[in-house]
Design a protein around this ligand. Sequence first.
Ligand code: KIV
Length: 277
Amino acid sequence: MSREPVVTGAVDAPRITTQTLQNLKRDGIPIAMLTAYDYTSARILDAAGVDVLLVGDSASNVMAGYETTLPITLDQMIYHAQSVIRAVRHALVVVDLSFGSYQGNSKEALVSAIRVMKEAGAHAVKMEGGKPALEAVRRITDAGIPVMGHLGLTPQSIYRFGTYRVRAQDTEEADAIREDARLLEDAGCFGLVLEKIPAGLAQDVSSALSIPVIGIGAGAHCDGQVLVTHDMLGLNTDFAPRFVRRYAQLEKTITEAVQQYVADVRVRAFPSENESY
Ligand code: KIV
């Protein structure tokens, strides 16, 4: 049987599809996913070789400054997604369905998913939850729209959890996640995010499922990893959970650059002759 070669990261790489992700899992190649909310960042992340760009409802926190992901609306998610889609040449773009846009019933969920696909040009949607989300997952996937699930610490349920601590440390919740993961796969999800759960549980779920499992704070044995871009670039220095690795210190870099600009303007060192007409 011939296998489609897996090519990721190159500037001339083909578009990533849900099938590419499936192939990456099959070939044991970890999937790299990051969040994106705007055109300029999405262009840079896409060209740098990220496989999946998630227009996450974490936009509610990092773009809009809300404390939780609950306030962001579907219209606002679509605005962010449109900006990202305009920039992307290779990555698969997955868009979070906002809180309240899919929990009511499966018809509302389908209408929301269709809006995201039609108005933003997204490639897939993501929604949180296990059993309560199954009917909506089935209805959306039946309409031909790829759905990514999300279990573990699901931020849209923060007021039910009451805390952002690690989930599923007890057997009951761990077993519920195992079962929900299997049900989501059966309902047609093409992938699953597991957030902030013990690494051993995430490893079990990743090997039990045939769809790719992407972890955030879920250890090294998932089929891929996702981080909020603002966290990994050091733009959110007041948010420092242990699962975030900082690959840059952009808050410091930006602060220094802006301080230098202000100082130059004050003493008329900017603009120079060469920067003038
Ligand atoms: O909204 C988001 O950024 C997410 C990731 C944390 C997976 O859902």
